[in-house]
Design a protein around this ligand. Structure first.
Ligand code: BES
Ligand code: MN
Ligand code: MN
Length: 463
């Protein structure tokens, strides 16, 4: 019998790949939840075991806990036996966002279900399903090439991406030499539209903060004190109302000073993308009106302008029924997305200093940084990018579009800056995959085509 190619092997084993992914998706590796530390580690071990089984070497967990950081382990593996060929660093994350609100899931978040060619589960596309494409592409190549790979490969999979990625950032800073590579491959982004192969060439950075307002020595009876005592929630609301104007322009002085305008060529390319603003408003966002800075198109606002969002305001009375209280303490979780050349430190200082100027009477305010990451734009004039477009042309039959992503993957900036290597952001999610929301899914055809694209890319890079 003729030796099977890696693409043939992947095609013949696709069903098993999905079964394995299902098992991984059953592990609720929610990195932000202290009660899930055991499950997070279980997911790390699951990935490590499979990397070892397929023939990767030096497979081990790297602990990230330090005196100041309660970390989840990294998974490392390598296979470095083709001197003279490039080394590829495959990155992914095995941690997931919380699944709440649970009642909005059609099938339970950690009991994967396949419906209409999609697999539904928390982490299906972000990022367990996409990270698994890397593992399965490596398995297919190993098997087809008699236990060898066409390139040198290092794998690093983290368990803290959804909470800022502090552990991997420290590892890259301190042990960058152990991740030495020529290019990083990241599959944690989306295609611009179904059937449209996409490379992401920019990500926004972020600062995630908490704004805490205190207004009295303790909670107060709102009848006895209301009218004389300040209210922390009203104080907080007044602060929040001054962070953005009604159009969505951020009101922090100087916040736009460092924003770099995309090149004319990039703006022209965005105009050619199949994008219908009305359809986006109605179907993807589901709102009566879009907001954002006047004078900028939607894609420009999403990809190349900063934003500021409020995520929640814990505190006060949120139980059933009614309680008449003036809460003494109110907190808002507020993040900002950054674009080149903004920096997290400068932006945090702008926020903190501005908030200090708008503190309501009787209130004290503290702004705390929870985590941050740098924005990044990646150059496309290298043969790794060309190989990616070639690989995806074979699989999808179409030319690749180049987009930026509005989201953040903090470590990508460090790959570029600390390791000095280009990154290929080849993702196969879809705009309606419900990342971070109920009913997250991954299109199974994209899962399989993603594996084939990665197989072909690695073969081209090693050719
Ligand atoms: N995979 C996403 C980021 C993403 C999604 C980028 C789609 C581009 C397109 C990642 O897992 C994510 O959600 N990141 C967080 C980072 C944060 C918690 C530090 C984000 O963007 O909110
Ligand atoms: Mn992700
Ligand atoms: Mn995510």
């Amino acid at each position: 019998m003729a030796v099977e190619s890696a693409v043939e092997f992947a095609a013949g084993n696709g069903e098993r790949f999905v079964e394995e992914l299902t098992a991984l998706l059953r592990i609720p590796s929610v990195s932000t939840d202290p009660e899930r530390v055991g499950d997070v580690r279980k997911a790390a071990q699951f990935v490590a075991d499979e990397l070892a089984r397929i023939g990767m070497e030096n497979v081990h967990l790297i602990e990230t806990t330090t005196p100041t950081h309660n970390g989840h382990p990294l998974v490392y593996a390598d296979w470095l036996h083709v001197p003279g060929k490039p080394t590829v660093l495959c990155y992914g994350h095995y941690d997931v966002q919380p699944a709440e609100p649970l009642e909005l899931w059609k099938s339970p978040a950690f009991e994967p279900e396949i419906r209409d060619g999609n697999i539904y589960a928390r982490g299906a596309v972000d990022d367990k399903g996409q990270m698994w494409m890397h593992v399965k592409a490596l398995e297919s190549l190993m098997t087809a090439h008699g236990g060898k790979l066409p390139v040198n490969v290092r794998v690093i999979v983290e368990g803290e991406e959804e909470v800022g990625g502090e552990g991997i950032a420290a590892f890259v800073r301190e042990h960058g030499d152990q991740l030495k590579a020529d290019v990083a491959l990241v599959s944690d982004t989306e295609m611009f539209a179904p059937e449209l192969p996409t490379l992401c060439v920019g990500l926004r950075g972020m600062i995630y903060t908490e704004i805490e307002v205190n207004s009295a020595r303790g909670d107060l009876h709102s009848g006895i004190f209301g009218g004389a005592a300040p209210n922390s929630f009203i104080g907080l609301a007044q602060i929040i109302a001054k962070l953005k104007d009604e159009n969505g322009r951020i009101l922090l002085p100087h916040v736009y000073d460092k924003v770099q305008q995309p090149t004319e060529a990039e703006l022209e390319a965005w105009k050619k993308l199949p994008f219908d603003e009305e359809e986006y408003r109605e179907k993807e966002v589901g709102t009566s009106a879009l907001t954002g800075e006047p004078g900028y198109g939607v894609l420009h606002r999403l990809w190349a302008r900063p934003t500021l969002e409020v995520h929640g305001m814990p505190g006060g009375f949120i139980g059933a029924g009614a309680k008449t209280v003036i809460p003494a303490k109110a907190v808002a979780k507020v993040s900002m997305r950054l674009v080149p050349d903004m920096t997290p430190a400068e932006t945090f200082a702008l926020l903190r200093d501005y908030v200090a100027t708008i503190v309501p009477k009787g209130c004290t305010v503290e702004v705390r940084m929870i985590h941050s990451g740098d924005p990044i734009v990646i150059s496309t004039d290298n043969h790794f990018v060309t190989a990616a477009t070639e690989a995806m042309k074979t699989v999808f039959g179409k030319d690749t579009v180049f987009v930026r992503g509005g989201g953040s993957i903090p470590i990508v900036g460090d790959f570029v800056r600390e390791l000095g290597i280009p990154t290929v952001l080849m993702g196969f999610g879809l705009p309606d995959d419900n990342l971070h929301a109920p009913n997250e899914k991954f299109n199974l055809s994209n899962f399989h085509r993603g594996i084939e694209s990665i197989v072909r890319w690695l073969e081209l890079v090693g050719a």
